[in-house]
Design a binder for this molecule. Structure first.
Ligand SMILES: O=C(O)c1cc(=O)[nH]c(=O)n1[C@@H]1O[C@H](COP(=O)(O)O)[C@@H](O)[C@H]1O
Length: 274
């Protein structure tokens, strides 16, 4: 099954558009992990196991592992998710992209080393920098379009003239990906939850393409506006991702239960507006 097929299957099976972002920050872990040399793996595993029934995807963020020398924990975490929760796709958030020979290594890193089902990619080096990911037809390529951060507009909103149109750069990216880069049907776009108007605009450009939508929870995105502006005609099309608001819902021993409650609450909130 391809990433996109697995995602569509999971949207239906779990009746959920929620993605739990796995962004470990050991300083925020409950006290029981203080002297645990494998705390990053153990904490993320507990969160994944507690929230699995409420999610369509998991999204580990690579810097949150690599900064602590915990690449082996990331490998084992993704293997654990595949073994224990088969059918839940894993998106590796690495925002990769480079000249072809290096991008080839990034694709091997994400898909062969870490066994991710999809990876986030930065399109701003151009098509050849993303091509090694696009070539993996069974894997997902989740391309940055209009990011959630405050400075997203600094460059992504610049007005450009291309293909006979004048419009913001992120809209040009959306059209390029939908019209030219998606030959294998394995692309998705990142559009931040913090930008409801842009979500609506990108949806109008790309039709039914899935969106990864980070920015609800800690970044304050409005769930109702996200769903109403960006769902597809069948009420899916979205991978609404939240990390800190779920991972650190409690700093106490009830962290796993609190995370499950936060994930279920987000699922139900999204479903109210679908
Ligand atoms: O590609 C991403 O996942 C991403 C894109 C974007 O535009 N904004 C964004 O916040 N992210 C990631 O999504 C996660 C958001 O975390 P929280 O704000 O804690 O929910 C982080 O891991 C970010 O790196």
């Amino acid at each position: 099954m391809t990433f996109i097929e697995a995602l569509k299957h999971r949207w239906q099976q779990a009746n959920s558009l929620v993605c739990v972002g796995l962004d470990p920050e050991p300083a925020k872990f409950p006290a029981k992990f203080t002297n645990d040399p494998d705390a990053i793996f153990a904490f993320c595993r507990d969160i994944a196991d507690a929230t699995a029934e409420y999610v369509c995807c998991f999204k580990p963020q690579i810097a949150h592992f690599a900064a602590h020398g915990a690449e082996s924990a990331l490998e084992r975490l993704i293997a654990h998710i595949h073994a224990t929760h088969p059918g839940i796709p894993v998106i590796l958030d690495a925002k990769r992209g480079d000249i072809g020979s290096t991008a080839q290594q990034y694709a091997a890193e994400a898909f062969d080393r870490y066994q991710a089902d999809a990876v986030t990619a930065n399109p701003y080096l151009g098509r050849d920098s993303v091509q090694p990911f696009l070539n993996r037809a069974d894997k997902g390529v989740v391309i940055l379009c209009r990011t959630s951060n405050a400075g997203a507009g600094d460059l992504q909103d610049l007005s450009i003239h291309a293909d006979g149109n004048t419009r913001p750069l992120y809209q040009h990216v959306a059209e390029k990906v939908a019209g030219e880069w998606n030959g294998h049907g394995n692309c998705a776009l990142v559009v931040g939850a913090t930008w409801p108007a842009q979500l609506r605009e990108v949806r109008a450009i790309v039709g039914e393409m899935p969106f990864l939508v980070p920015g609800v929870g800690a970044q304050g995105g409005d769930v109702e506006a996200v769903v109403k502006n960006a769902r597809t005609t069948d009420g899916t099309g979205l991978v609404v991702s939240s990390s800190r608001a779920i991972l650190y819902a409690s700093g106490g021993d009830d962290y796993a239960d609190a995370a499950a409650h936060a994930a279920r609450t987000l699922r139900d909130q999204i479903n109210r507006y679908r």
